[in-house]
Design a protein around this ligand. Structure first.
Ligand code: HEC
Ligand code: HEC
Length: 316
């Protein structure tokens, strides 16, 4: 009884939020095309982001795991000394529109998030002391810190520079953005996929400028997922200790999703079509047919944007 009541409540929640979104105008918004940034800080942040010397064994950098549209291509990445992490690497692109950082939102800013990878023993495994030593031993860093922050290398400015660089990693001018701006038309299949995305209710959770990343929702919102198979680790419950947060994760942004397989916090699903099918089933309680899935997939492909200029080119 408990379970069916819960399911009914979940379905009602979806129905209510859907009718809200169906009438709201800005379900989706195009991504900004350009952002202003502080050249000195971004230049420094980029150097830090790519620098293997800032991990204890000088073998990995942030870019080791965030090199493919901001994500990587592994189910689960390995950190320092071949230590396996526990979650799939999310993309660090288009970050400023996120409600919180990491899969369960335990970091409240891009800046504070960076303490995680730098100082965790399974990622870059640094200590504050060692990091300061490495930065201060390097003439180039000393110059860049003074230029950007008017002082010698320190931890707070290191985190700030990483955040300032990552904020510039936007992927504008996806076909969908151009469509939203009235500059292009969608193909028949893409347009049907978008219509289904709205009518089935994917849009209840995947909406806004990033088609997601703005709320926390349950994986298995309507039909429970197999907990053994989809390891319930580091869910939002682990952070809030609120029972209703079990199996709840930040809804991923669907920008560039066609480029960032494998999927879900577990990284267990390689195929976008399968991820779509599972979402329909577990989060909406609908069984999507082949045509529905391929049209939704065609629509999701329109979300691939241009690579960030500050990543691929000079910082100007
Ligand atoms: C060994 C692989 C690895 C390295 C190295 C790494 N990351 Fe990550 N990154 C991850 C994983 C895995 C997560 C998800 C962690 C979680 O949800 O608990 C993540 C999450 C993030 C997020 C949050 C994204 C979101 O959607 O909320 C940002 C931002 C980020 N990393 C930036 C960095 C920066 C900056 C560095 C370097 C200081 C770095 N990462 C180094 C694997 C890595
Ligand atoms: C009730 C909220 C909700 C609904 C409705 C929903 N999703 Fe999701 N979606 C999520 C959450 C939460 C995740 C992350 C699940 C996890 O990894 O544990 C997710 C993950 C995804 C992913 C994987 C993204 C990645 O980077 O790993 C795709 C693709 C996706 N959803 C597409 C869809 C489609 C298509 C629909 C409609 C058929 C849909 N979603 C409906 C909440 C929702």
């Amino acid at each position: 009884v408990d379970k069916s009541v819960k399911t009914i409540i979940n379905i009602l929640t979806i129905a209510i939020s859907f009718s809200y979104f169906a009438y709201a105008k800005d379900i989706f918004l195009p991504l900004v095309q350009d952002i202003k940034y502080d050249k000195a800080k971004v230049k420094l942040g980029k150097k830090i982001f790519f620098d293997n010397n800032l991990s204890r064994n000088r073998a990995i950098s942030c870019a080791s795991c965030h090199f493919n549209y901001g994500a990587d291509t592994e189910a689960i990445s390995v950190g320092t000394d071949r230590k396996k992490l526990s979650l799939n690497t999310p993309s660090n692109f288009n970050l400023q529109y996120h409600i919180g950082y990491n899969w369960n939102g335990r970091a409240d800013s891009i800046k504070s998030q960076a303490k995680g990878p730098l100082f965790s023993s399974s990622e870059m495994n640094m200590t504050q002391k060692l990091l300061l030593q490495r930065l201060n031993d390097d003439k180039e860093y000393k110059k860049l810190f003074v230029k950007a922050y008017r002082q010698k290398p320190n931890i707070d400015d290191t985190l700030d520079a990483l955040a300032r660089f990552q904020e510039t990693l936007i992927t504008p001018n996806a076909k969908f953005d151009r469509y939203l701006r009235g500059e292009t038309k969608l193909t028949k299949s893409e347009a049907r996929g978008l219509a289904l995305f709205k009518s089935y209710g994917c849009v209840v959770c995947h909406n806004g400028i990033n088609l997601g990343s703005n709320s926390y929702q349950k994986f298995g919102n309507v039909i429970d997922v197999d907990i053994e198979e989809y390891r319930v680790i580091k869910d939002r419950y682990a952070f809030t200790k609120d029972e209703s947060d079990r199996l709840v994760y930040k809804v991923p942004s669907l920008r560039n999703v066609a480029k960032t397989a494998p999927y879900f916090h577990t990284g267990t699903i390689d195929s976008l079509a399968v991820a779509i099918e599972m979402m329909g089933y577990f989060n909406l309680g609908v069984v999507l047919d082949k045509k529905d899935i391929s049209d939704i997939e065609a629509f999701l492909h329109t979300l691939t944007g241009e690579l960030p200029k500050t990543l691929t080119g000079e910082i100007k």
